[in-house]
Design a protein around this ligand. Structure first.
Ligand code: GLN
Length: 454
C-alpha cells in the first residue's frame, strides 16, 4: 500500500531519491517468514520505513544529496540500518535532503526540491525534508532523519510530523556520512509520539563501532510515551526558554505555542520562564564549529577513493588537479561555502579567534542547560521561528536560511535530546512545531511530555 502511495504522489512531492521497492517486498516477506518460523519479532516488524539518503545502505545507492556520490552503492549497512533490518522493518527507499545535510529547505539537494505536502509551493524544511514529507504525505509511516543543527526537528515542525533528536551518543553514528561529527545524531520522524518511541528503541543503544557511543541503556521510551498519553503531568516542571520566544517568531507560531502551554498547564504541569542567556550566541558558534568539522569530514571526497571522478579539462592529470576538478564539479554552492568557512576558521592565525571562541561559547551553552535543568525537568520553545516558507524565499540569503535553526541548534551544541511535535496550525493554515528539550540521557521525558500534549 505504501509503495502504491509513493507511486501516486512522488511525481508531485519528490520526497525520495531512490525507491527500493523490490528489496522492501523481499524484506516484508522475510519478516513474515521469520514470524512463521516462530521467531518473536518486535512491535514494528513488517512496518515499512524510509531512510534519509545520508545513512549508508548495503546495495542501495546512497548519495547524501550530492552529485559527488551519484550512483555510489555502499558495501555495508549503517548500524541503525542493521538494527532496522533485524527488527523486520522493510526499507521503502532513501529520502531527499540538502546536500550533505547542509540546509533548512532541501533546496540545496542535487536531486531537485522536495515539496511540502501541506502546500506544494512551500519547502518541507531541511535538511531532512524528504523524510518529513514522506511521513507527512503517508508515503511512509516511519522515517529516519539526522539532526546536526535541527534537520530532524525543523522539517517535522513545518510538515506537521513528530521528529526526535536523541541524546548525542544515544544512537550509533556508524554508517552516517559525517557532516559535523560532534553534532550529528540520527533519530525518528513519525506521525505520533508513540511511533517515535517505538522506533527510537529499535535504533538506540551502544555500538562499539562508534567511539562516541554512550554505554547506557536506551531507556523506557515506549513506557514513557504510554504514561504521558494518560495526560497527567502533575509534578512536572516545564521551563519556557525566554531567549527562544518573542521577537522574530511569527504571530501564528507564538499563538500556537501559547495554546500548547495552556494544554500542558491543564494537564497539571508547572510552567515557568527560564533564561538561558548564552542561547543567542548559539547560531554564530554553530556556523563556525559545523563548517570546521565538515571541511575536515568532506576532505575524503577526493575523486580517488569513491564516487565521482573528473579529470582536468586540459593540462597534466595530477592528483591535486583531479581533486580540484572533481570537487569543483561535484559539490554544490552551499557545500563549497561551508568548506571555505570551515577551512578559514581552522587556519593558523584565525583558529583561536574563530574556532577556539566558538568552542568556548559551546561550553557556555552547556552550562546554561545545566543551570536550567537544575530548576525544571524539560525546556520548551517553538521549534522554528516561522511556518514553511516559499521556494526561493531564502535561497540567495544564507543568513536568512541559517536563522531557521535558531531554536534547534542549542541542543546539538550541548548534546541534549530534543523533540518537535505538532501544536496545531498557524493562522496561515500551516503546521507549527512545539519543541521539548530534556537533559542528556533523559530522552524519556520528551516522550512523556510529548505524548501528554498530543
Ligand atoms: N539547517 C542546519 C544547517 O544547515 C542544520 C542541518 C542539519 O541538522 N543537518 O546546518
Amino acid at each position: 500500500a505504501h509503495l502504491d502511495r509513493i507511486e501516486l504522489v512522488e511525481p508531485q512531492l519528490n520526497a525520495f531519491i531512490t525507491v527500493s521497492a523490490e528489496a522492501a517486498m523481499q524484506q516484508a516477506a522475510d519478516a513474515d517468514a521469520r514470524r512463521a518460523a516462530g521467531e518473536v519479532l518486535g512491535p514494528l516488524a513488517g512496518v515499512p520505513i524510509a531512510v534519509k539518503d545520508i545513512v549508508v545502505t548495503d546495495g542501495i545507492q546512497t548519495t547524501a544529496g550530492s552529485k559527488i556520490l551519484e550512483n555510489w552503492v555502499p558495501p555495508y549497512d549503517a548500524t541503525i540500518v542493521e538494527k532496522i533490518k533485524a527488527a523486520g522493518l522493510p526499507i521503502l527507499g532513501k529520502t531527499n535532503l540538502d546536500e550533505f545535510a547542509m540546509g533548512s529547505s532541501t533546496e540545496h539537494s542535487a536531486y531537485g526540491n522536495t515539496r511540502n505536502p501541506w502546500d506544494l509551493d512551500r519547502i518541507p524544511g531541511g535538511s531532512g525534508g524528504g523524510s518529513a514529507a514522506a511521513v507527512g504525505a503517508y508515503e511512509a509511516p516511519l522515517a529516519i532523519g539526522t539532526d546536526t543543527g535541527g534537520s530532524i526537528r525543523q522539517p517535522a515542525s513545518v510538515t506537521g510530523t513528530v521528529g526526535v533528536k536523541p541524546t548525542y551518543g544515544g544512537v550509533s553514528r556508524y554508517g552516517l556520512i559525517a557532516m559535523a561529527s560532534s553534532l550529528d545524531q540520527a533519530g525518528p520522524v513519525t506521525r505520533t509520539v508513540l511511533d517515535s518511541a517505538l522506533l527510537h528503541e529499535v535504533i538506540g543503544g551502544y555500538d562499539h563501532r562508534d567511539s562516541t557511543s554512550l554505554d547506557a541503556p536506551v531507556g523506557e521510551l515506549v513506557a514513557a510515551a504510554r504514561s504521558g498519553a494518560a495526560g497527567d503531568l502533575r509534578g512536572v516542571r516545564i521551563g519556557v526558554v525566554k531567549e527562544l520566544t518573542g521577537e522574530g517568531y511569527q504571530d501564528g507560531v507564538a499563538s500556537s505555542f501559547n495554546q500548547a502551554l495552556d494544554l500542558l498547564r491543564t494537564a497539571g504541569a508547572e510552567i515557568r520562564e527560564v533564561s538561558c542567556p548564552n542561547f543567542p550566541l548559539a547560531l554564530s558558534a554553530y556556523y563556525l564549529i559545523m563548517p570546521s568539522e565538515a571541511s575536515s569530514n568532506l576532505a575524503k571526497f577526493d575523486g580517488m577513493r569513491f564516487g565521482l571522478r573528473v579529470e582536468p579539462e586540459s593540462g597534466p592529470v595530477t592528483a591535486e588537479r583531479v581533486m580540484a576538478a572533481t570537487r569543483g564539479a561535484g559539490f554544490g554552492d552551499e557545500v563549497k561555502r561551508r568548506i571555505i568557512l570551515g577551512t578559514y576558521a581552522l587556519s593558523a592565525g584565525y583558529y583561536d579567534a574563530y574556532y577556539g571562541s566558538a568552542q568556548k561559547v559551546r561550553t557556555l551553552i552547556q552550562r546554561d542547560f545545566l543551570a536550567a535543568f537544575g530548576d525544571v525537568d524539560v525546556l520548551v520553545s517553538p521549534t522554528a521561528p516561522t511556518t514553511a516558507f516559499k521556494f526561493g524565499e531564502k535561497l540567495d540569503d544564507p543568513l536568512a536560511m541559517y536563522l531557521n535553526d535558531v531554536a534547534t541548534i542549542p541542543a546539538n551544541l550541548a548534546g541534549v535530546p530534543g523533540m518537535s511535535l505538532p501544536s496545531g496550525l498557524s493562522d496561515d493554515g500551516l503546521p507549527v512545531g512545539f519543541q521539548i528539550l530534556a537533559p542528556v540521557k533523559a530522552d524519556d521525558r520528551l516522550y512523556r511530555v510529548g505524548a501528554a500534549l498530543e
